[in-house]
Design a binder for this molecule. Structure first.
Ligand code: ASP
Length: 596
């Protein structure tokens, strides 16, 4: 057994009835202890599991004495014979639950202070700050351990699948020059070149494209990425991407390759979680937006958005009329059986809609006689039937309607309400994995603040080839060969086919406001490389923590990260970030100015 070492013959997860009669040595942490006077029972824990060990005052007095002095989380080593547990005391919850070790020797390898929280049981309300400060204790807790091991299995399965498919892992440096991914860079001062800074990679985007020019046509890397942006549940300042790039491919090829990998990995790592639909459904961005109000729709349930434009077109209700005449939209969702929602529940939904950018929320309950009830019902005279036909609403249903002169804003706010109603009605089955591709994103969006076009995703993404000629004439109408993979309402990853010709990339950059000199300065290496036989190529990056969090049914990536930062970017265990001393600053030719 590879896990047999000087301190142990077996692990705490290993012993079974077939070991009965063998003398074994185990080492681990005291998980829980029960004293019965002349008998003492310990649950001994290590990474592999828990084994019950017993000391007896009659049979091994010295070991029994040492047991009496041991406390939870002490590290001990025990030796003794494996035996069946007495009739009626087997523990079916534990893989080792049929046996115990009758200890004849117990050595305390190290003591432990009383931990600041329970390691051996869930502690409701346990403060996250305490968990992060003592992360090494938090990581000992079995649920955390399971998640860490899940993450390791996930990463390992990804590697195996990709390598079986001829991908090679190539590491790229952490000290680079910035590649824009829409966030601020973390920078590192270069001591040997005063006044100059490296950027930590927001992603290895340019480097992986350069590897394509170099001929490594199937690259992958577990890439560490750093982005200086505010943390959220699904985003931290540093994270790991399964980063992939391929040559001689079209969108179809990348999607097929990645989908096969994702299916194989999911089946291996979480075999008990059904994949809702394979091949994964594909929606255009437009379809995702108007059906689900999101570019990362949760497809575990229906409740699609309904377009009420036709149904309310003759209605004299200012909210709807203004939205429509302003070029916007009126969208509704139907919440089955929710007609009797209370004032308070409806206020909560209205607040939620407002928080997500809606001016307000119109709610309409469908009465038993088919009429509509709600503050706005009186304005809908004559349109009840068409509204019901458009939404499929029946007696007892609640209609939630958002109108806005910005149709994307209306759809997005209602998309959030859809998720909320999905939660409230228990429609988001926690066991199901609903992967979905979203593609054909607009290539550019108008940035009002900067007064120029900007890439909606990756600035290196190619336009749909047939549309490329229209790029300057009508940037807003061009679509990118960009595809995102979503899972259960989270964006898992995204990628694109890249522009592999210099002239076209320069045109795209120029549209985004780059001067020739600026382009040379920022992207010189990539632009040059495109002139040395760059093959058609494209790729994708999948967020490993997001994927793992979803597979572990967690709603925060910190739960699947060994040593995460807090919301405000602190490492509470190592106390980082921290000031550096004057000498270090001087060596780096830096002065700290906290004034502004
Ligand atoms: N570099 C991109 C990102 O980090 C992914 C890609 O386009 O491959 O989002």
């Amino acid at each position: 057994m590879a896990t047999a070492q000087s301190f142990r013959t077996h692990t705490c997860g290993e012993l079974r009835p077939e070991h009965v009669g063998q003398r074994v040595t185990l080492a681990g942490w005291v998980h829980r202890r029960r004293d019965h006077g002349h008998l003492s029972f310990f649950d001994l824990r290590d990474r592999y599991g828990i084994t019950q060990v017993v000391t007896s005052a009659d049979e091994a007095p010295a070991a029994h004495q040492a047991a009496a002095e041991s406390r939870n989380e002490w590290v001990i080593q025990v030796s003794g014979a494996v035996r069946h547990r007495p009739e009626g005391t087997t523990n079916v919850e534990l893989p080792t639950g049929e046996v115990e070790v009758a200890v004849d020797e117990l050595t305390v390898l190290n003591e432990s202070k009383v931990p600041p929280f329970y390691v051996n049981e869930e502690q409701p309300g346990l403060e996250e700050a305490l968990r992060l400060q003592y992360r090494y204790l938090d990581l000992r807790r079995p649920p955390m351990r399971e998640r860490m091991l899940l993450r390791a299995r996930l990463a390992s399965a990804v590697r195996r699948e990709l390598e079986r498919d001829d991908f090679v892992e190539i590491e790229t440096p952490l000290l680079i020059r910035s590649t824009p991914e829409g966030a601020r860079d973390f920078v590192v001062p270069a001591r040997l070149q005063p006044g100059n800074f490296y950027a930590l990679p927001q992603s290895p985007q340019q480097l992986k494209q350069l590897l394509m020019v170099a001929g490594y046509d199937r690259y992958y890397q577990m890439a560490h990425c750093m982005r200086d942006e505010d943390s959220r549940k699904d985003r931290g300042p540093e994270f790991t991407q399964v980063d992939i790039e391929m040559s001689f491919v079209r969108e179809e090829d990348v999607i097929a390759t990645v989908e096969a990998m994702v299916i194989a990995v999911s089946r291996e790592v979480v075999p008990d979680r059904p994949i809702q639909e394979a091949p994964f459904p594909r929606l255009t961005y437009e379809e995702a937006l108007v059906r689900y109000g999101s570019d990362k729709p949760d497809l575990r349930f229906g409740m699609p958005l309904c377009d009420l434009r036709e149904a309310v077109t003759n209605v004299e209700f200012r909210v709807f009329a203004d939205a429509l005449s302003g070029g916007g939209a009126v969208y509704a969702i139907r919440a089955p059986g929710c007609a009797s929602y209370s004032r308070r529940q409806l206020d909560e939904l209205t607040d939620l809609a407002r928080r997500h950018g809606a001016g307000g929320l119109v709610h309409l309950s469908v009465e038993a006689d088919g009429s509509l009830r709600g503050p706005a019902a009186k304005f809908l005279g004559g349109a009840e039937a068409s509204v019901q036909a458009a939404t499929g609403a029946e007696a007892g249903d609640l209609l939630l309607v958002v109108a806005d002169s910005d149709r994307v804003a209306a759809a997005t706010a209602l998309g959030q309400l859809r998720l909320e109603m999905g939660d409230r009605l228990g429609l988001r089955d926690p066991s199901v994995l609903a992967y979905v591709w979203v593609h054909r994103f607009p290539m550019f969006k108008w940035d009002r603040d900067l007064g120029r076009w900007d890439a909606t995703h990756n600035p290196f993404s190619a336009p749909v080839w047939e549309e490329a000629e229209q790029m300057e004439a009508d940037p807003g109408s061009i679509h990118a060969q960009q595809y995102d993979l979503a899972l259960n309402g989270w964006e898992l990853g995204g990628g694109s086919i890249r522009i592999h010709r210099r002239d076209l990339l320069e045109r795209a950059f120029a549209l985004m406001g780059h001067t020739i000199a600026g382009m040379r300065d920022q992207f010189g290496a990539l632009l040059d490389a495109l002139e040395y036989g760059a093959p058609p190529h494209g790729g994708i990056a999948i967020g490993l923590e997001r994927w793992c969090a979803l597979l572990a049914n967690q709603d925060n990536i910190r739960e699947v990260t060994a040593f995460p930062k807090t919301q405000s970017g602190s490492d509470l265990m190592l106390s980082a970030p921290s000031p550096i001393d004057d000498q270090q600053l001087a060596d780096l030719h830096l002065r700290v100015n906290l004034e502004d």
